[in-house]
Write a protein that binds this ligand. Structure first.
Ligand code: ADP
Ligand code: MG
Length: 313
């Protein structure tokens, strides 16, 4: 059981495990964005088994799993991230852990290694571990399905060192066997969508399938939001997306070239110093996930027009 000590530093993004706490300057924009000056309260029963899914590919599931997973670990909770995207796995790449994956779940099930040998502990945050289902480009074991993943989750719960607080499952795209396998052990879901009609249609279909599977706690994360396009009415607003999907909003992540840079460097965005805007948004989404909280999408008011009588002052 982890202790829930309040932390006095709202600027957590600069913290490393042994770094002294620094007070953020009042003028910094980060200070305005982060009002949290305490450690989040872990809601719900542990382990929280959360599947990160979308239907459509390339909308940001793996980015979300890596960054939210590391953020939760930095908040002091233990996390195991399972890469269930068999054949096209890339969570290890985003985390910069690709050279450390020697064994996968397939070898564990074959009896070639123990489960703890397949778990890759992050160098930076020791309470974050990665577990891959299979080697890249390999085909899934015949018969590997939801039951096998439930076995993996149960084995993680019963580890000698104790159950993790969070098990995050990075789901493959589509709604076929890989998707069904990935959602089977989950009791909650984060549905990642971008504000475009194809992604929304897939997200809506996936919501129905998750509900059929008994997953009622579904929150959506709207990724790659561009305020300039929303203002120009070339992109749906987050409010529109929420009205269409009718799901609680975990967060909205702006389109940010830093995400692509961090993907290519294998260095998760939330570890960046200074933090990028998308990194801050992901960190806040992680906070809400821990507390089972959601946010409200609001209409952004038009900026007041300049040039009136009082503009002189
Ligand atoms: P998925 O797992 O859903 O297929 P990924 O997480 O692999 O999607 O992301 C697909 C691509 O989109 C990656 O190249 C990633 O860097 C990029 N991407 C994701 N989110 C953002 C964002 N907010 N801004 C810019 N690029 C993004
Ligand atoms: Mg992916």
């Amino acid at each position: 059981m982890i202790s829930l000590q309040p932390i006095s530093n709202p600027c957590r993004f600069h913290m490393r495990p042994n770094e002294p706490l620094k007070k953020p300057s009042k003028a910094s924009p980060i200070h305005c964005l982060l009002q949290y000056n305490r450690k989040p309260q872990l809601a719900g029963e542990t382990p929280r088994v959360v599947v990160i899914t979308s239907g459509k590919g390339g909308v940001g599931k793996t980015t979300t799993t890596a960054n939210i997973g590391l953020s939760i670990a930095r908040l002091g909770f233990s996390v195991v991230a399972i890469d269930a995207d068999v054949g096209l796995r890339n969570l290890d790449l985003l985390l910069g852990l690709e050279n450390r994956v020697n064994y996968t779940v397939v070898e564990v099930l074959n009896g070639d290694c123990r489960l703890d040998q397949a778990l890759v502990r992050d160098k930076r945050w020791s309470n974050f571990e990665l577990l891959c289902i299979s080697k890249p480009r390999s085909k899934l074991l015949l018969g590997f399905g939801g039951k096998a993943l439930i076995w993996v989750v149960e084995a993680l719960k019963n580890r000698a060192e104790g159950s993790p607080d969070f098990i995050l499952i990075d789901c493959p795209a589509g709604i076929d066997a890989g998707f069904i396998t990935a959602i089977t052990p989950a009791n909650e879901a984060v549905l990642v969508t971008t504000p475009d009609i194809t992604s929304l249609r897939d997200a809506d279909r996936v919501t129905g399938l998750l509900e059929c599977d008994g997953i009622r706690d579904i929150k959506m994360l709207v990724n790659r939001v561009r305020t300039d396009m929303i203002k120009g009415e070339d992109m749906m607003s987050v409010l529109d997306v929420q009205e269409m999907l009718g799901l609680p909003l975990l967060g909205m992540i702006p389109e940010d070239s830093e995400v692509i840079r961090s993907t290519n460097r294998g260095y998760p965005l939330v570890l960046n110093k200074p933090p990028a805007l998308a990194g801050l948004a992901l960190e806040q989404a992680a906070w809400r996930l821990v507390e089972q909280d959601s946010m409200q999408a609001v209409m952004v008011e038009e900026e007041p027009k300049k040039g009136g009588f009082f503009s002189f002052f």
